[in-house]
Design a protein around this ligand. Structure first.
Ligand SMILES: Cc1cc2nc3c(=O)[nH]c(=O)nc-3n(C[C@H](O)[C@H](O)[C@H](O)COP(=O)(O)O)c2cc1C
Length: 235
């Protein structure tokens, strides 16, 4: 695949929230999960686990648990001053789960921070150093796995939506799927063959806003930096 074609393919991924009533084969799901486990992870610990739910009764129980918590949330928010800001947003907490052919619950576990322990055993203060623990390396690794899962799903012609919403029913989902310490749920991924026409691409911030280049040409300090260094106030 050419770099340009790869980029166009990446740009064609969308979050899909409504699915056809069509099962996803075990073989396809296994490829999607193999893609997930191809992700890089801190010290190759592979700190992830995936619960894959295709059982209709269990899926219904999970979706219902999230829906009823979302309703609870809506009732609370309606009493406050920002009810309009929330609007029907709560529906995004559970709707994709309702028609998903499979619901994947990604999980991560933490490990002792090896470098922090070594620093401590040498008499140092680990909090004085930013070790892997300070960037939640296991959560980062599992997030990378989820992205790989989403991309393989896209390659399979599946739609997918990674959702934080189901976290509101984390305790109930934990009960249903026997998720317990040391495992932590990282939202849910709704998967299935898309029912909706291809959604509009959600806008992205332009590169100028999200990238700072440090190349030779940009090494002359910006006016803002010169001002900051001289203690001068911004105009
Ligand atoms: C961590 C995370 C949590 C998200 N939670 C939800 C969710 O609860 N419900 C939902 O419908 N979409 C959810 N999304 C999907 C985002 O709304 C979506 O990625 C974003 O609007 C950009 O659209 P795109 O994925 O189609 O490019 C979530 C995405 C991420 C990465």
């Amino acid at each position: 695949m050419s770099p340009e074609a790869a980029l166009q393919w990446l740009l064609s991924r969308r979050s899909v929230r409504a699915f056809r009533e069509q099962a996803v084969s075990r073989q396809t799901l296994e490829r999607v999960l193999l893609a997930a486990t191809s992700a890089p992870s801190s010290t190759n610990r592979q700190p992830w686990h995936f619960a894959v739910v295709t059982d209709p009764h269990l899926k219904r129980q999970m979706a219902e648990a999230v829906r009823s918590r979302a309703e609870e949330l809506k009732r609370i928010i309606r009493r406050g001053h920002h009810a309009d800001d929330f609007g029907s947003y709560g529906d995004f907490f559970h709707e994709p789960l309702q028609t998903a052919a499979a619901i994947v619950i990604p999980q991560y576990r933490s490990y002792p921070d090896l470098i922090a322990n070594l620093i401590e055993s040498g008499g140092g203060d680990p909090t004085a150093y930013q070790t892997a623990g300070s960037m939640q390396a296991e959560l980062c690794s599992t997030s990378a796995a989820i992205m790989a899962l989403l991309l393989q799903a896209h390659a399979e012609g599946l739609g997918a939506c990674w959702m934080a919403g189901p976290m509101i029913a984390r305790a109930r989902i934990g009960e249903l799927l026997a998720i317990s310490e040391p495992w932590n749920m990282v939202g849910a991924v709704a998967l299935g063959y898309p029912a909706e026409r291809e959604a509009q691409r959600q806008p992205r911030k332009p590169l100028e806003r999200v990238v700072t280049w440090f190349d030779e040409a940009s090494q002359s300090p910006s006016p803002a930096l010169i001002r900051a260094q001289s203690g001068e106030k911004a105009p």
